[in-house]
Every structure is written in C-alpha cells, then in structure tokens.
Ligand binder design. Structure first.
Ligand code: FES
Length: 213
C-alpha cells in the first residue's frame, strides 16, 4: 500500500457509522413530527378560537352590559409609548397608546380575525400601527379600523381617562364598531344616571337638583 492509498474501513467501524446514520435520520424524523404536531396544535387552537368567537361561545371584548370596575393602566404615558394591560376582566388583553400628537387611545388587543394578540409598532407609518403577527393584520392606531390583512372588524375600543397627576385609567369598553355614545349609554345606564343624562342617552332621567326628588 502506498502512502496516498486509504486503508479500507474496518467492518466494525462501518457498522458504527451505519448505526450513527440511522440515529440521525430517526432523530430528524422525530423532530419534524414533533414540529408538525406543535404547528397543528397551535393552528387548531387558533381556528377553534376563531370559530368560538364567531359562534359567540367565547367571551368577546365589550360583551358585558354592566359598567366594568375602573382600572389603572399606567402612571404616565408619553407620546409614542404604549402599555399592555387587562380590561375589563383579568383575561381580556388590552393596549393603550399615546399617539405622537398626544391623543390617548385604547383598544382590545385581541385580533378580530382569529384572536391572536395585537402588538403596537411605533415605527410604522406617521403615527404607528397596531399589528397582528399571525396573518399580517393591521389596525389604524387612531381609529382601530382595519387597515390591512384579514381581520373582518375593527378592534373594540376601550375608553380611557387621564387624571391630573398623569395617571391613566380604563373606565368602559365598546363592542367592535359600536358608536361611543351607544357603548357608554349601555354601560352607564344603571350605575351612572348622571352620566347618561349628560350624554343625552335615550330614556335618561334628569338627575335630582339640590337634593330634590
Ligand atoms: S389572527 Fe389573523 S390577522 Fe390576527
């Protein structure tokens, strides 16, 4: 045998290599199978969530007829900033945004397509956007209306107030596309007759003046 000739592989070494090849292909099969199962589970969950929402089985943002408990959202929110919070219930994802011109807006952060989480992207467009990464859904930051992608309805609105100390509070919600006055009249009806009168809600009774009934 010359110095450049390779020795023939020993039978034992060949068997070991064969075994290793089998292990590698078995592992990659397992990994692929697991991956597909995870994807199917996630996709199935999303699809079920969408069907559940469409069929009215699952809770939808703003479904409550009653005035929710007021909740503090942030100590302060500067232009271009956002904060995630839960409202009206502990399971209801929501987002508050201070637009660059100072306007404060709040929305449900549950996409109206298949209920994925909606994210705030400050660096998109002149005033940012609300974005759903599941299927590239985009919502207008100022109105909550659908700007792109498959979502069928605007994001439900959350009504926010700002106190003198700069703190921000969530006070009420609207259903997707529901006019603000209708939403507030619906929720203030029993709890805040003074507010329903000020808003001019249908059926509002005048509040008593100077203790008169
Ligand atoms: S879940 Fe499909 S775009 Fe949001």
């Amino acid at each position: 045998m010359s110095l450049t000739e390779q020795p023939e592989a020993e039978p034992a070494a060949e068997a070991a290599q064969e075994h290793l090849r089998d292990r590698i292909s078995a592992d990659s099969l397992t990994t692929r199978r697991d991956y597909l199962r995870i994807v199917a589970t996630v996709s199935g969950g999303l699809a079920l969530g969408g069907v559940g929402v469409a069929a009215g089985i699952l809770h939808r943002h703003g479904d409550s007829e009653n005035l929710p408990e007021t909740r503090k959202v942030a100590d302060q929110l500067l232009p271009g900033q956002s904060v995630a919070f839960r409202f009206p219930g502990d399971e209801d994802r929501a987002v508050a945004v201070r637009l660059v011109d100072g306007t404060l807006v709040g929305y449900s952060a549950v996409c109206t397509h298949l209920a994925c989480a909606v994210l705030w992207r400050a660096d998109r467009g002149p005033e940012g956007e609300l974005y759903c990464p599941c299927h590239e859904g985009v919502f207008d930051a100022r109105t909550g209306e659908v700007a792109a992608g498959p979502p069928p309805r605007p994001l439900p609105r959350i009504f926010l107030t700002e106190q003198l100390d700069g703190s921000i509070w969530a006070v009420a919600t609207a259903r997707s596309g529901e006019p603000a006055k209708d939403a507030l009249c619906r929720q203030f009806a029993d709890a805040r007759p003074d507010m329903t009168e000020r808003l001019g809600c249908p059926g509002a009774t005048p509040a008593p003046v100077n203790g008169q009934t």
